[in-house]
Ligand binder design. Structure first.
Ligand code: PMT
Length: 221
């Protein structure tokens, strides 16, 4: 068991997957259930933190004692994270955020036209929330943690992503159709901007969450 080493701290966790609407009934989304982010929120609360959980399209019970802010799109997630991060000691981005969204939203349901090819879906870039909060820390000493969902060259891609995003820690987990997304377990390597590498063996998402907080605590300002 871990002591109340996050007492007096405010931490922000994002969880789930953004949905980028095409029309009133369709969206571009991903397979995130929110379980890893909720495990981070639960473990932080158990360690004494005040927790704001920004939840994108999750269907999980609200963790006890946690302030849950529901959001839909990446743009809404950004607004909610920036607002909550203003007085946060640490921000952990476990949400799967769409890099792109449809350029246009059709107010009415898109119809198929007889004998015609479908129109292509044109995408535009979404804001990179992790890069933004890493570059502009809302308070000095704020610790920023990202997640990286990789399917191949996991460590090399993780190192490059850590440098590009500018966060303090990056949790690199391998994902696949039946791996990590939606499951109760995860396996990861936590990379530090200081060059550290902490492997976390396959196990419950809570165990990985606790290791993340173990690495955050000594870095807090
Ligand atoms: O929710 P579960 O079913 O439990 O699954 C957990 C998980 C696989 C979703 C989680 O462990 C995970 O890996 N989350 C991050 C998924 C992701 O979007 O990875 P990425 O490599 O595309 O993004 C890297 C980082 O940048 C992430 O911290 C992401 O939140 C952030 N990001 C990405 C794009 C964007 N426009 N803005 C961001 O802030």
């Amino acid at each position: 068991a871990t002591g109340p080493d996050l007492e007096g701290r405010h931490v922000v966790v994002s969880a789930g997957g953004t949905r980028e609407p095409l029309d009133p009934v369709r969206f571009l989304g991903n397979r995130s259930s929110g379980k890893q982010g909720y495990a981070l929120a639960r473990t932080a609360a158990a360690r004494g933190a005040r927790v704001t959980l920004i939840a994108a399209n999750t269907a999980l019970p609200d963790p006890a004692g946690v302030d849950v802010v529901p959001v839909g799109t990446a743009v809404q997630l950004r607004e909610a994270v920036l607002k909550a991060a203003a007085d946060a000691d640490a921000v952990v981005m476990a949400a799967a955020v769409a890099d792109f969204r449809p350029a246009a939203y059709a107010a009415g349901k898109i119809k198929k036209k007889d004998g015609q090819d479908p129109d292509p879906i044109v995408l535009v870039r979404n804001p990179d929330i992790l890069a933004e909060i890493s570059a502009e820390r809302a308070r000095p000493g704020q610790v920023v943690v990202g997640f990286a969902a990789e399917t191949d060259d996991v460590l090399a891609n993780g190192r490059a992503k850590l440098a590009r995003k500018g966060c303090d820690l990056l949790v690199v987990n391998e994902v696949g159709e039946r791996r990590t997304f939606g499951s109760e377990e995860n396996e990861a390597v936590v990379l530090g901007a200081d060059g550290s590498e902490t492997p976390v063996p396959y196990g419950p998402k809570e165990a990985l969450a606790d290791t993340v907080w173990d690495l955050v605590v000594p870095r807090l300002g």
